[in-house]
Design a protein around this ligand. Structure first.
Ligand code: NCD
Length: 302
């Protein structure tokens, strides 16, 4: 495996996480026009699961950096003839691609790809990890509070099927934040610290809502959308209980009126669309790193 691959938040030290966040910010502030010195870099996005934000913010970041970009569609590829993931990825390496972004429904699919030598950026593995989403979440939190130590983050909803929950738990705890979970009992992960949503919501700095992952088999019997919102979602009553400076996050896509009241998606405390914009900055920093370029130095910044 290439040393610049990014597969899980376990791959990054505290210092490396902070360096990626700093680089992402500098892309915004003083290096918005920076491009890879190698303008021939070829990158392919291999999405074996549906995606809007992650796929196209990677595309946007890659094109802004001057890469040549290909998008792979499994349905019109030799995957339909039974080709394995390994053979598909090995083919991309053999035909001259320099880096790959991969999303796949299998947990830790990348364990099959240890013999691949070009960098692989994990854009989501089943219910395993989602490091680029986590980094954009961290950037959004950092822009708001300018630190992580002691921050209280409450992650709410379908925890069991969420790769976003896992990656954020790993990284936030590494950075000194306190992470709590709430949601239906059916979707708990045993080792996580669960709290009562209504007791905790007034205490936390960040409320991160998660989508119900129906495609991974999440379902609750006998519960309407309205009841889900009232029991486990962010409704107007809970919004009113949040601290003055607290923020709402959601990786999206959002099921409006189920995880979160429709009117709160763009409420004053919501950073949901800010997260998406931050996704491009963070992915630029991730791709820059994948090609072996160091973070911008202090003195290079305006
Ligand atoms: C998340 C994902 O795919 O894991 N979305 C995303 O990448 N923006 C969460 C989700 O789909 O619910």
């Amino acid at each position: 495996m290439n040393k610049y691959s990014l597969l899980s938040m376990d791959d990054l030290s505290r210092e490396e996480i902070l360096a990626i966040l700093e680089d992402a910010q500098r892309f915004n502030i003083s290096h918005s026009d920076w491009q890879l010195p190698n303008s021939k870099a070829l990158i392919a996005n291999l999405f074996f699961e549906p995606s809007t934000r992650t796929h196209f913010s990677f595309c946007s970041a890659e094109m802004q950096l001057g890469c040549k970009v290909s998008d792979f569609n499994p349905d019109s590829s030799s995957v339909t003839k039974g080709e394995t993931l390994y053979d598909t990825v090995k083919t991309f390496e053999a035909i001259g691609y320099d880096a790959l972004v991969i999303r796949h429904p299998q947990d830790e699919y990348y364990k099959e790809l240890e013999n691949i030598s070009i960098p692989i950026i994990n854009a989501g593995d089943g219910k395993g990890n989602h490091p680029s989403q986590c980094l954009l979440d961290l950037l959004t939190i950092y822009q708001e509070f300018h630190h992580f130590e002691g921050l209280k983050v409450l992650i709410v909803g379908d925890i069991a099927h969420s790769r976003v929950a896992t990656s954020n738990k790993i990284a936030l705890e590494k950075l000194g934040a306190l992470v709590y979970f709430a949601g239906p009992e059916e979707w708990r992960r045993e080792e996580y610290k669960y709290v009562d949503l209504d007791e905790m919501i007034s205490e936390v700095d960040v409320v991160m809502m998660l989508r119900i992952q129906k495609e991974r088999g999440a379902s609750l019997v006998n519960i309407s959308n309205e009841e889900y919102l009232n029991r486990y979602g962010l409704n107007l009553k809970r919004y009113a209980m949040m601290k003055e400076e607290a923020i709402i996050m959601h990786p999206a896509p959002v099921n409006r009126g189920i995880e979160i009241d429709d009117s709160l998606v763009e409420a004053q405390k919501s950073r949901i669309f800010k997260q998406m914009s931050n996704g491009v900055l963070v992915r630029k920093a991730i791709i820059k790193r994948a090609f072996g370029y160091k973070p911008f130095k202090e003195e290079e910044c305006a």
